[in-house]
Design a protein around this ligand. Structure first.
Ligand code: BGC
Length: 433
């Protein structure tokens, strides 16, 4: 049954009759929903999640609430970075996209503060914490009603006039002809692609797919969530009391927010690669230093001398700081800007799901890994960071200042490794117009 089910799905979804009956838009070469309704849907699901889990009378409803949160986050993480990259002017695309990560870090900070504030509110503190998750979702919902659909999305669906108007509105200019031409060309190519999933696994789509997924997976292999989720546990291990370890977690969350601003300012000036490489060095040194201190100085009772415990807190902050101006925002920015329009939505969905999957795996595995590996867990992450540094040096192209709809021509076809993947098919498409 399992085998048949796996085998049948891919085939059926590429049969035109099936698509005609259930998903006619895909057959016309357009993906299902625009960015704007997807963002609206994300917020509604998240609000429902907050209501259900905040009021949950039993475990079953608590789990249903968590599932609604999960679907809401999935929809939001898929549509918001794409929306931002598509509406941003080319020279500020990095900064505009990083606003997504900036608000992620604010969300983490606020959640840490709420946890801290309600931890002594008995017995309903947890209900307040879960229910308040609805607040950012209400903001997102209101925002989804106000924003315009992206020009690419409108033009891809044949609404050329609305697309041009949307472009004029977001650029604040009357003359948008040259950008409009780029978008129209990208839409023309996208319309010829009936099956974005099939297209995504063609050789010519491999470069953005490999890069997009790798950046997202590597983002998790920095070990950021081991630090984010378990910072209070780590700080307790090195000798802080329960309260001050919660407070230290708040401090790392503040460092996370502030350092993301550095990235907003720097990304379109110094570029993606330099930020990633600088951060690899800083993160590597921090992880090795934390590992070494714990290995050599952690007492059998599980604490450190006061001075060294403070050094560990500083090193954790240095680690979070460098993540926040590099792999954190770039994990979302790079996959959202490197796919051509025809595979952008599907390709980005693959990258986002890889992120979510590895967030889950690392969160689940970290505690048992750290019980078995002890301080060596930090060396494990240091090795991953080294590998991702090499990945950036040899495989990651710079995308700063390249128009989002010209990546194939200006980035992939020029890169010494990836140009070998760019087949005739794509060249022909471009020559046709
Ligand atoms: C990552 C999250 C992480 C957060 C920390 C995001 O980009 O995807 O897993 O917790 O950054 O700021």
């Amino acid at each position: 049954m399992f085998g048949y089910d796996i085998g049948i799905s891919g085939g059926v979804t590429s049969m035109d009759d099936f698509l005609k009956m259930f998903f006619p838009a895909i057959l016309k070469g357009v993906s299902l929903l625009d960015r704007k309704p997807t963002i609206g849907l994300a917020s509604i699901l998240f609000i429902l999640g907050a209501i259900v889990s905040g009021l949950a009378p039993n475990k079953a409803l608590l789990i249903i609430g968590r599932i609604l949160f999960g679907i809401g986050v999935g929809f939001g993480n898929e549509s918001v970075p794409l929306f931002l990259s598509e509406v941003a002017p080319m020279q500020h695309r990095g900064a505009v996209n990083i606003l997504f990560q900036f608000f992620v870090t604010i969300g983490i900070l606020v959640a840490n503060l709420v946890n801290y504030a309600v931890s002594s509110t008995h017995p309903n503190g947890w209900r307040i914490a879960l229910g308040l998750a609805g607040v950012p979702a209400v903001f997102l919902f209101i925002g989804s009603l106000i924003i315009s659909e992206t020009p690419s999305s409108l033009i891809e669906r044949g609404k050329e006039f609305e697309g041009k108007e949307a472009l004029r509105k977001i650029r604040g200019l009357d003359d948008v002809e040259s950008e409009l031409e780029q978008i129209k060309l990208a839409c023309e190519i996208a319309r010829q692609v009936k099956h974005p999933y099939k297209k995504l696994f063609k050789r010519a789509s491999m470069p953005p797919l490999i890069i997009g997924r790798s950046v997202q997976v590597f983002q998790q292999f920095t070990g950021i969530n081991a630090i984010m989720f378990y910072a209070p546990v780590l700080f307790q291990t090195v000798g802080f009391k329960s309260d001050s370890s919660l407070l230290s977690a708040v401090i790392t969350a503040i460092v996370n927010v502030l350092s993301t601003i550095v990235s907003i300012v720097a990304v379109d000036r110094v570029g993606r690669r330099k930020l990633l490489l600088q951060a690899c060095m800083q993160m590597f040194i921090s992880m090795v230093a934390i590992g070494s201190i714990l290995l050599t100085h952690l007492k059998p009772t599980g604490s450190l001398d006061k001075g060294l415990a403070a050094v560990v807190v500083v090193l954790v902050c240095l680690f979070v700081m460098s993540f926040a101006w590099s792999w954190g925002p770039m994990g979302w920015l790079i996959p959202s800007e490197t796919f051509p329009l025809e595979t952008r939505t599907t390709g980005f969905a693959f990258a986002v799901s890889a992120n979510m999957l590895f967030t889950f795996i690392i969160a689940q595995a970290f505690l048992s890994m750290s019980c078995n590996m002890r301080a060596y867990i930090f060396f494990f992450f240091a090795i991953q960071i080294l590998i991702m540094g090499l990945f950036v040096v040899f495989l990651l192209p710079e995308t700063k200042g390249v128009p989002i709809d010209c990546m194939t021509e200006r980035v992939w076809k020029k890169h010494p490794v990836w140009k070998k993947f760019m087949g005739k098919e794509v060249v022909k498409n471009y020559e046709m117009t």
